[in-house]
Design a protein around this ligand. Sequence first.
Ligand code: MTE
Ligand code: MOS
Length: 748
Amino acid sequence: MNNNEVIKHVRGESQFIDDLKLPHDILYGTVLTSEIPHGKIEKIDLGNALSIKGVVQIIDHHDIPGENQIGAIIRDEELLSEGIVKFAGEPILLILSESLDSGREALKEIKVDISPIPAITDPRESFRAGNLIVPPRTFDYGDTDSAWEKCEIVAEGRVESGGQEHFYMETQASLAYPVEKDSVKVLSSTQSPTAVQKTVSGILGIPMNRVEVDVRRLGGGFGGKEDQATPWAAMAALGAYITKRPVKIVLSRSDDIRNTGKRHPFSSDFKIGLDSSGKIIAYEATFYQNCGAYADLSTAILERALFHATNSYYIPNVRVTGISCYTNLPPFTAFRGFGGPQAMFVIESAISKAATEINMSARKIQEMNLLKEGDVFPYGMVTENCNISATWKKLEEKFQVEETYKKIGEFNRKNDHIKKGAAVMPVSFGISFTNKMLNQAGALVHIYTDGSVSVSTGAVEMGQGVNKKMINVAAETLSIPSSRVRVETTNTTRVANTSPTAASSGADLNGMATRSACIGLVKRLRSVAAKSMGVDIDQIKFESGKVFNTGNGQSIMWEELIGKAYAERVSLTSQAYYATPDIYFDKTKERGKPFAYHVFGTALIEAELDVLRGVYKFNRVSIVHDTGKSLDQQTDLGQIEGGFIQGLGWVTVEELLFEEGGKIITGGSSTYKVPDIKFIPDEINVEMMQDLKNPYAVLGSKAVGEPPFMYGIGGYLAVRECLFAAKPDVQLKYDCPLTPEKITISLM
Ligand code: MTE
Ligand code: MOS
C-alpha cells in the first residue's frame, strides 16, 4: 500500500495553489520588504509606481481595516510595518497588479528611506542587553549543586547549532477570493487553517464565520508553514477584501528564503558529571535561543527543547535553563523536532566530551544511562512502555554494532587517507502538543447513498501521508476497501477550530476522531442490518465490504446496506471529536505529564572521511524505530528515511549564513546546500518494531513525523569520529553543521 498522493505527484497530477486556473480578474500581490535588518522608516516615495500599466493599488498599514497584528502566542508582530523594521525581509507594502511583471516593476520604482538602528544577531549579546521575549525558564530536578562533588569527572563546554532553511518544494502560497459582501475565501498552503482564519478575521475586522480557509495539500511544510503561511494568506485576503478582486501571492524561492523564518540557531553551555563507571550523575545546560525579530512560536519551541534536554537518558540531577532572545534576523519558527534536535545535540555533545575525558566510548556511556521503565524525566513524567533499550538491543542484534566498531578500528589502523567512524544515536521523543489546549481534533464522515465515503478532518496533507492514514483508519473501522474512501480538503467550514497539523500528532488526533466518527456510523448500520436480517445486533459482522449474519453465514453487500439505511431514514453522516486524555503541565512548578507517550528508536551511523580533501560520506545507516502498529508501512518508512536525511543535512551540509548586520548570505539553492541524491547514504536499513503496540494512539500506532529527524545527529558524531581517527589532537568545537570546509580547516 502506498502513500497515494505520491503517484499523483510523480505524474504531475497533484494540484498545488500555483497550479490552479485563475479567474480573469485576478490580481497578483508583490510584497515590498525591508532591505535593512533594523531601522526606522523615515519616508516612502512611491515614485511612478502607481502609473505603471497594470498596477492597481499599493496597500500599507493604514489600509488595514482591523488590527495590524499577526503574533500568535505573543502579540508583537505587525502584518505591514508601521515604522520600525526589525529584520531584512520584513513586509512594508503590498503591491496589487494585473501581472507579476508590473508588480516587480513597481517594486523598483519605490524608494523606502530607512535610518538604521544597530542590529543584534547573536543571542548571547541580546541576552546581555536584556532583550528577551519572556523571562528564562528552568527545569530543576534532584540537587545539581551538591551532585558535582560526587562525580569522578566533570566536563564543561559550549555548543553551537545552526539554523536550517525548510526548503519545502512549494514556496509560501495563497489565493484569496472576495465572497459576496464582506466575506473572503482563502486557499493557503498552511499547516494551520484555523490560525489563518483567525488572523484574517483580525486583520479585516470581521468575524471568523466570514472567513473560509481551504487547504488541498502542501508541497512540504516541515513546520515552516505552521505559523509562517499566515502573513501571506492575510495579505492576499486583505487585497481581495479591499479591491473585491481575487488576489494571489506566491513567493519566489529567493523571497521565501529571505523573508521567512527557519529553525532556531541555539548557542548553549553544558556541564556534565559522571562517576567512574560512566553513570551520569548530574547535567546542567543553558540554551540561548536565537529567536529572530518576533516571537512567532519561539517560546513553545524552547519549552520542547527543555523537555528533550536529557534525550533518552535518566539523570538524577538536572538543571536546564532556556532563554528566548530577540535578534534582528527573520523570526525563527517551527521546524521538524521543534527544539528537540537542538537540545539533543547539546546532551550528545556533552556525552561526547565526557567520553573523551574519562577515556570511555560514548556508546558505553549512552547505553549505561538509557531510560528504564518507571524512570522519571526532569519534568516529572514517569516513563511508561519504555522501549528505548528494546530498540538499542535490536540494533545491536540485527546490525552487529560491536563488530562494526571493531572493523572500523582495524580499517583505520591500515589506512591513512581514508578514516572511518561510527556513532549510535538513541532518540526518545514526546508526543502531544506541549500546549495542552491544542490536543484536540474533529472529523466529519459522510457515507453517500452509493456506499462511497467522504472523510474531512483538521489534518493537513503535506507529504507526510496523513490522508492515506485517515483512509486506512476509516476503511478498517467500516470494514470496506480503502478505494471506497476519499479524504476531502481541510476546510474550516467542515471541521472547525482545528489545531495545526504539527507536533507529529496529526494522524494520532485526527485518526482518533475519524475512528470515533466511523464507529458511530457502524453502530447505526449494525441496527439496520440486524433489523433487515431479522437477527440480534451481536450476530452482525462487517468484513471486506460485506455484512454478515454470523448465525447462518448469509451476507449482503455494504452498498445494499447503505441503500437500506437511507430508505429507513438513518443518518449517514457522523461527526466526532477527540481530546487526548490525562495530560497536564504545571508551569509554576515545571512538573506534569505533558505527553501522551514517547516514541523511541536507535540508529547506527557509519561514515568515512577523505582526509586529503575534507569530504565525507555515509556508508551505512541502520535504524531500529518503534512505530507501534503502523497505519501505513510505506508511509512510515518514508517518514523514517526522510526525517533522518533532513536531520543529517542539518548537522552536516546545511549552513545558514548571515552577514554581520543580519542580511542573509545563503539566500538561494546555489549558496544553501541541502542533501541531494548523491549525499544519501549508500545503504539505509530500517527496522520497524511493530510488535510494541501503543495504547495511546489510533489502532495501536505511533506518531512518526518528527522523531527520526534526530537520528541525524549521529551523522555529526560519526564524522567527528573519523576526524579524530585522522588527527587525534584536532581542535574541534561542538558546532553544527560540520561542513567539509570546517573539517578541512581543522585538518590544516
Ligand atoms: N513529511 C513530509 N513529506 N513533508 C512535511 O512537510 N512535516 C514534518 C513531518 N513529516 C513533513 C513531513 C513535520 S514538521 C511534522 S510535525 C509532521 O510531519 C506532521 O504531520 P503528522 O502530524 O501527520 O505526522
Ligand atoms: Mo512540525 S515542526 O511540529 O510542523
